[in-house]
Design a protein around this ligand. Structure first.
Ligand code: FAD
Length: 546
């Protein structure tokens, strides 16, 4: 083909690099939260996830999306979801790394923090297939309240083998689990659930029920079992509902259709109906909401981790692109205003990483009172603030690539995928307002203000604006903000904790610019409006992916 022009000034995509080795913010956060943590496995994972092969799997799993096979060719219901082999390859890799239930079976010192770093790295590659991985991780604290079921299922839940076959759990090498709360008439307000559960006796797994009704959102329906909410005679209760019953027959769970979603393409999200499905009680009858929220707390952690991972990947691609692309006689990364955008994104990414990993640490130390207080306080704060910042962040990072950022194809197309993925972490597992309102509930605990003050204390005297915010927060917490002020309070707690963490984990250039912009007001309403005096080069250099 004779060329009409020379192709030049297009960039080499970011591929075959180590996602962990280049991530200084992640390394610093790990060192702060667990100084003795052995990160060799994260180095290995980072290299695998940055490979061209894995990027291809991620692309294919999103292009060839899951297909519902409701019936076989003879008309029997089978309710199966068919996935591209690349989806299974990604699931195999995530399970082998132990991102699902494995931390609950480990005796190491920081299993949740270590897993959190791996989850963040994997999200950079492909976030949507991590939905069943996240739910399988999250289920344990709630499921343990039915000791008989947990004893039977824990070995497969913690196993590092991925086994997608629809068959009896004890014949499988590994299992996954999902959750079903949301119905047509209400998702945030699950008390509106109408699905009925009628008692049918009891057996080895405890009280048994026959469940009739529906779920309007039911992600990863090919999981082996689910925790669901349904109305029993004592009120809304948490039930364990397996796809295959202990006698080997299929439980009547009918997948009505798959959702056609904005993003999150590799993950199947469905609508289902239960037609007299068998399920067993988990926890106390009538106390289903707090019971299933033990699972929700863990998935909320993953929303914060996942969004931080997506931010990091978007930033890495933006840095890779602008380091190569020329415009107006300079590399884009050398243009002063682009420096401002990139440095501002880098601050946000590092602050999100610091907050998400700080929260993850609290799950490793449930015996410590302060860590328990931080877990309760920072779960809604991190889920609210990091996820709220995600979409704005992705849009700005995409714009760094100009038109190529908006195109789906090839390496740069990851950016479009990230952009489409971002909003879901804010919506599911408790949308923004619900998280801010949950913070108000957390603050009703007597020691919340003192715990927050203790958390911020190490950064005292390091920046006037942080001191000012830190001094005002305990009073605002004690006076208890009204619902109308809840988002503002969640934002301010998030910013204060992020700043205090950066004081302890990041170089002065990062900490100073974060406080000046986010706390002292030397900032605009868009990324790229950092004030003068910022060491842009130092911040950008620290964030470079290679
Ligand atoms: C891709 C995807 C997958 C999903 N997978 C699952 C799944 O596997 N299992 C599952 O159970 N659910 C799942 N969900 C559902 C999700 O958790 C709900 O959509 C979410 O909790 C919100 O519920 P809703 O859609 O009923 O909206 P609503 O509850 O109607 O909320 C709408 C808006 O109103 C706000 N709001 C609600 N109450 C208040 C209040 N008191 N004050 C102020 N604002 C308020 C909310 O913040 C939200 O912005 C999924 C959703 C998506 C998008």
């Amino acid at each position: 083909m004779s060329a009409t022009h020379e192709v030049f000034n297009q960039v080499e995509p970011l591929v075959d690099y180590n996602l962990f080795a280049g991530n200084q913010a992640l390394g610093a956060a790990l060192k702060f939260n667990a100084p003795a943590l052995d990160t060799a496995h994260l180095h290995a994972l980072g290299a695998t996830l940055g490979s061209a092969d894995m990027q291809t799997h991620a692309r294919l799993a999103n292009v060839f999306t899951p297909q519902l096979k409701s019936h076989d060719r003879f008309g029997h219901r089978i309710d199966q979801v068919e996935f591209h082999p690349s989806y299974h390859a990604l699931m195999t890799a995530a399970t082998a790394t132990g991102l699902h239930g494995t931390p609950w079976g480990e005796g190491s010192a920081n299993p949740h923090l270590s897993r959190a770093a791996g989850f963040m790295l994997f999200t950079e590659l492909e976030p949507s297939m991590l939905c069943p991985i996240s739910m399988s991780y999250a289920v344990t604290p709630a499921l343990r309240d039915n000791p008989a079921i947990y004893a039977d299922w824990a070995p497969q839940l913690t196993s590092r083998a991925y086994d997608p076959a629809l068959k009896l759990w004890k014949d499988k090498a590994g299992v996954t689990m999902g959750m079903g709360m949301t119905e047509k008439q209400g998702g945030s307000d699950v008390r509106a659930n109408t699905t009925q559960a009628v008692p049918t006796g009891s057996d080895h797994w405890g009280q048994r029920f026959s469940v009739t009704g529906h779920k309007w959102f039911f992600s990863a329906p090919m999981c082996d079992a689910f925790l669901i909410l349904a109305q029993t005679p004592s009120g809304l209760s948490c039930l364990f509902l397996p796809r295959v019953l202990p006698d080997g027959t299929l439980n009547p769970l009918f997948i009505q259709r798959l959702k056609d979603k904005l993003g999150n393409k590799a993950n199947a999200s469905s609508e289902v109906e239960f037609a007299g499905a068998t399920a067993w009680l988990v926890g106390e009858e009538g106390r289903g909401v707090p019971q299933i929220l033990a699972m929700g707390t863990m998935t909320r952690l993953d929303c914060a981790l996942g969004t931080s991972g997506l931010m990091r990947q978007a930033l890495s691609i933006a840095l890779n692109h602008t380091s190569q692309r020329m415009a107006f006689g300079k590399k884009l990364i050398e243009q002063p205003l682009m420096k401002n955008v990139l440095a501002d994104l880098a601050l946000e990414s590092e602050a999100s990483t610091a907050l998400a990993l700080r929260l993850a640490r609290s799950f490793d130390r449930p015996e410590d009172e302060h860590e328990r207080a931080m877990q309760r306080l920072l779960t809604p704060v991190a889920k609210f603030w990091i996820c709220k910042r995600g979409s704005h962040f992705a849009e700005e990072a995409m714009e760094c690539l100009g038109g190529n950022g908006y195109v789906e194809e090839g390496g740069e197309g990851i950016m479009a995928r990230i952009y489409r993925e971002m909003p879901v972490n804010s919506i599911w597992e408790g949308a923004g307002n619900i998280m801010a309102l949950d913070l108000l509930r957390a603050l009703r605990k007597a020691d919340a203000a003192a715990a927050l003050a203790q958390e911020l204390a190490p950064a005292r005297g390091m920046h006037a604006a942080l001191d000012h915010l830190a001094e005002s927060l305990p009073t605002r917490v004690e006076q208890m903000a009204t619902e109308m002020e809840a988002r503002r309070l969640a934002q301010d707690v998030a910013l204060a904790v992020q700043a205090a963490l950066l004081a302890q984990t990041a170089p002065p250039a990062v900490f100073g610019a974060f406080c000046d912009s986010r706390l002292a007001g030397h900032w605009g309403h868009s990324f790229g409006s950092l004030g003068a005096g910022v060491d842009f080069d130092a911040i950008i250099q620290r964030a470079q992916p290679r």
